[in-house]
Design a protein around this ligand. Structure first.
Ligand SMILES: Cc1cc2nc3c(=O)[nH]c(=O)nc-3n(C[C@H](O)[C@H](O)[C@H](O)COP(=O)(O)OP(=O)(O)OC[C@H]3O[C@@H](n4cnc5c(N)ncnc54)[C@H](O)[C@@H]3O)c2cc1C
Length: 337
């Protein structure tokens, strides 16, 4: 297999388990690579991670560059960026994608500045297209698409003159393909070749905070915005979510106002969700909020303002005060249950 010009994904792993965002990116990379007629490659570093190769292959990777070493068990910037830079120099992918996680946001800029290539953060879409600049035509380059200027425009960013073209994408933004267990990937094992100065950090202890909110996995989400009015009033949102067996979401304005914790935020700078049912209560429907929930299968909006933009994407709209509407919904649901 000609390994050059591939679409490469940096695979983030934690304790040997691959992050969902990396699997979502392998799925997207498959789509881009098919359009370009090139392979999908994956960069997987860790202590004992070879067992995970089959999951990456099942989602579309043709080639996995595998570096196993006990010193790579957890992400640390210097050895990981050194390996990534070496891999890119040797195998010359045309596109490299990273999850916009804490580690991905640390790694990708280090690699970009070392290789002197561009990097677009938090892309919401990636496409292949042509570009003309100063009478020069660039064929089939990566369109890195993301909201800009406070979400007022959707910008298409291109880096036509330098390869690889690199982007980060937040978890949940790209869809994960259905796994095909019959797909196999070629494994290319690489030696870590790390010297003492490449490992300046020693991890002595790790304290992990368990996630208490699972917005991404929820089939029903009841979200509250500024219209909820106070921290105490959020109990109404929680109660409806509980009755329906769903999770509690929120707008950024509600989070910023201290009505609820950041882990509940839905939207461009929060979590991207696609539940079966999304109930937006007292949320105006700003573009940045809609970007994180407009692919929900069913949307119900409750708002006192009949002109609120959220109604333009809702299948069911209730114009009214959520303080009156929600208790009636809870009562009606309990009566039917
Ligand atoms: C770079 C950037 C990133 C951002 N990222 C996000 C993000 O990830 N997620 C996000 O949500 N926002 C995000 N925002 C903020 C976004 O632009 C909006 O400011 C925010 O979504 C508004 O939240 P809201 O709808 O709760 O508040 P408002 O816009 O103030 O809307 C409150 C709504 O409640 C209604 N209402 C009032 N009282 C009641 C009542 N009693 N019953 C029913 N309805 C009532 C009002 O009619 C109004 O429509 C971002 C902004 C920027 C610039």
């Amino acid at each position: 297999m000609n390994t050059e010009n591939s679409v490469m994904v940096y695979i983030q792993q934690e304790g040997g388990k691959i992050a969902d965002v990396s699997l979502e990116l392998v799925s997207k990379a498959r789509e881009l690579a098919d359009e370009l007629g090139v392979p999908v490659s994956a960069a997987l570093f860790g202590a004992q991670v070879a067992a995970e190769v089959s999951r990456i292959a099942a989602l579309g990777a043709d080639l996995v560059y595998l570096v196993e070493d006990p010193r790579l068990e957890f992400y640390t910037p210097i050895p990981y960026s050194k390996l990534m830079i070496r891999l890119i120099r040797e195998h010359k992918p045309q596109i490299v994608l990273y999850g916009a996680t804490t580690a991905g946001r640390d790694l990708a800029p280090r690699v970009a500045s070392n290789l002197r290539v561009g990097l677009t953060a938090d892309c919401t879409d990636l496409k292949i297209g042509d570009h003309t600049q100063k009478d020069r035509e660039y064929k089939r380059i990566l369109y890195q698409i993301r909201p800009a200027f406070g979400g007022n425009i959707i910008a298409t960013i291109v880096c036509p003159e330098h390869k690889p073209q690199m982007a980060t994408v937040r978890e949940g933004v790209m869809r994960m393909n259905a796994a095909d267990a019959s797909r196999k990937a070629e494994i290319v094992r690489l030696s870590p070749s790390l010297a003492g100065e490449d490992l300046p950090t020693e991890i002595l202890d790790r304290i992990l905070e368990e996630k208490t909110v699972n917005l991404k996995g929820a089939t029903i989400i009841v979200s509250g915005g500024m219209g909820v009015g106070s921290r105490e009033n959020f109990s109404l949102i929680r109660e409806l979510a509980e009755v329906l067996g769903g999770e509690v979401g929120a707008s950024r304005a509600a989070v910023d106002a201290g009505l609820i914790g950041k882990e509940h935020q839905v939207g461009q700078t929060g979590t991207t969700v696609r539940p079966k049912l999304y109930i937006a209560c007292g949320i105006s429907g700003a573009i940045q909020h809609r970007a994180g929930m407009d692919e929900s299968a069913r949307i119900i909006a409750i708002n006192t303002d009949p002109e609120a933009p959220i109604f333009s994407i809702a299948q069911y709209g209730i114009v009214g005060d959520l303080g009156e509407v929600i208790p009636r919904m809870i009562k009606a649901y309990k009566a039917r249950a």
